[in-house]
Ligand binder design. Structure first.
Ligand SMILES: *[C@@H]1O[C@H](CO)[C@@H](O)[C@H](O)[C@H]1NC(C)=O
Ligand SMILES: *[C@@H]1O[C@H](CO)[C@@H](O)[C@H](O)[C@H]1NC(C)=O
Ligand SMILES: *[C@@H]1O[C@H](CO)[C@@H](O)[C@H](O)[C@H]1NC(C)=O
Ligand SMILES: *[C@@H]1O[C@H](CO)[C@@H](O)[C@H](O)[C@H]1NC(C)=O
Length: 475
């Protein structure tokens, strides 16, 4: 009995790690494949960016806790219509919870709506949308089981010095933040914040590299006796101080996104991502919190799988946050503390397209005026974020660069012959052009490709039937 109590205490004390499951991909693994991966890797909770019914169906009876999301472009409607909020909750929460079993715990209202790049677009609508969704959850009888929250970027708070104790909410949204915080507190809901040490390093070339990680920083900050040797703790506790100053020192905090990308920037590579994520996970599993909040952290890694169709406006690294490549293969060794010490478990049953690549023809004329527009077209419609200084394909020469672009376009377009017809420039090869860290990847076969094939054959069967019927009629 005492043993059971002890186990229950441990379980409730250090909660399992969560992951973000984004779907901005040209080719998606099927939801059942991803849910299987989640379970194989001992992941206990997922955070979604919308409420895709196919994904929620796949999560049914999986035992995995779910945070569903409301995209920013829906905030206006949900802020202005109680009815729209009720409909959203009924269709995207109640239906899944009551149909036997999607374990929805949170609704994330908006995603980083106060990013300064949005120029205040969502400032007027976020709180009213939050209030309407909360009211709809209450009306649906779900408010004790499903909590609202707003995933916020870490720049909603600042410190005028490097010390967390000088933390407060950003002056331009201070009042709004206080209203949101009060609303969350009144409703027993958590504050969700996304914390990115990688971005600190990306934006500031003089940022001390080791301070971004969980080991190796030599000149720790002493903030009134609290010691900070990594920027995650300092950032997190800047929020804790901001909350505390306004009387909300006990508001629960969820780290909605944390991670490190593996490509697209000189600081984004397998070694750094492994160092950061393993450092974070070892801390997480130990149950040790931050100096201001010593209790276990509650967090969702960003991200589970790469998203090759994400906007690269913030930077080329955006498409490389996954623990797994697009095809469900793990990128590096990572011990999540879920009893699977041998690292991440790959997706099973994933089929790739044929071993074929589209490359620059050896005989191609590099002075052709078709060359630049061809490469630029390929890169715009596929993914060239592994090219450039310090990236996985940063060592390619001009010809290698061109081949990389052509191949990416060819793979994204399911190796259609017509996708390797750059005038006088390209050819298909069965010899893998990969070179060192630079991988010319082969795309996966997706369900939609299968579905198209099925629709194709159904159409053929139907047409055959029509022909038969017509023939019968004419008899
Ligand atoms: C990729 O993103 C663009 C822009 O958001 C969108 O128009 C396009 O449909 C997406 N492609 C795929 C295959 O999802
Ligand atoms: C439910 O969520 C989906 C996906 O985010 C969205 O497209 C749809 O409009 C939502 N349903 C309602 C009734 O709001
Ligand atoms: C924000 O403002 C800048 C500068 O005025 C503009 O370039 C950008 O497109 C705006 N962004 C949005 C999301 O409105
Ligand atoms: C290859 O392409 C990248 C990205 O467009 C560019 O930065 C780099 O200079 C190119 N390298 C060569 C050798 O042309």
């Amino acid at each position: 009995m005492r043993f059971l109590v002890a186990v229950a205490f441990l379980v409730s004390c250090v909660s399992g790690i969560g992951v973000n499951w984004g779907t901005q991909c040209t080719h998606l693994l099927s939801p059942t494949t991803v849910v299987r991966m989640l379970k194989d890797n001992g992941i206990q909770k997922v955070k979604l960016f919308d409420a895709d019914p196919n994904i929620l169906d796949a999560l049914k009876k999986s035992g995995i806790q779910v945070m569903v999301g409301i995209p920013n472009d829906m905030l206006y409607t949900l802020a202005n219509s109680v009815q729209a909020a009720e409909k959203w909750v009924s269709k995207n929460v109640s239906a899944h919870v009551s149909s036997g079993g999607v374990d929805i715990r949170y609704v994330a209202v908006g995603n980083e709506p106060f990013l300064s790049t949005y120029n205040g677009t969502f400032e007027a609508t976020t709180l009213p949308a939050l209030q309407n969704i909360q009211a709809a959850l209450t009306k649906a009888g779900l408010s004790t089981r499903v909590k609202v929250t707003v995933p916020l970027n870490a720049d909603v708070y600042i410190s005028s010095t490097n010390n967390p104790s000088d933390g407060d909410f950003r002056p331009d949204i201070n009042n709004l933040m206080l209203q949101i915080v009060k609303f969350l507190s009144d409703n027993g809901a958590p504050f969700t914040v996304n914390i990115y040490p990688f971005i600190s390093l990306y934006l500031d070339p003089s940022f001390p590299v080791d301070y971004a990680f969980f080991n190796g920083f030599q000149s720790a900050i002493n903030d009134n006796g609290k010691i900070y040797d990594n920027v995650f703790d300092a950032n997190h506790d800047t929020l804790v101080w901001a909350l505390q100053k306004h009387g909300f020192g006990n508001l629960p905090i969820i780290v909605g996104e944390i991670g490190w990308p593996t490509d697209g920037d000189r600081n984004a590579n397998l070694q750094s991502a492994q160092r950061f994520n393993q450092g974070f996970m070892s801390r997480y599993v130990s149950g040790k919190g931050t100096p201001m909040r010593p209790n276990p952290i509650d967090a969702y890694l960003f991200s589970f799988i790469d998203e090759d169709n994400k906007s690269i406006q913030p930077g080329n690294f955006e498409r490389h946050w996954g623990l797994f490549y697009l095809d469900g293969q793990p990128k590096y060794q990572l011990n999540l503390g879920t009893g699977r010490a041998n690292g991440l478990v790959a997706a099973s049953g994933v089929e790739h397209l044929e071993k074929k690549w589209c490359v620059l023809k050896p005989s191609a004329n590099l002075n052709s005026d078709q060359l630049a527009p061809s490469v630029s077209y390929a890169c715009q419609n596929a993914d060239c974020t592994s090219l450039g200084y310090g990236t996985s394909c940063g060592n390619l020469d001009v010809k290698g660069n061109i081949s990389y672009a052509f191949n990416s376009y060819y793979q994204v377009n399911d190796q259609m012959d017509s996708a390797c017809k750059f005038p006088g420039l390209s050819m298909i090869t069965d010899k893998d052009p990969s070179f060192g860290t630079c991988k010319f990847r082969i795309m996966i076969q997706t369900d939609s490709a299968e579905l198209n094939a099925m629709v194709g054959s159904t159409t053929t069967v139907l047409m055959a039937l029509v022909v038969l019927l017509l023939c019968n009629v004419s008899f």
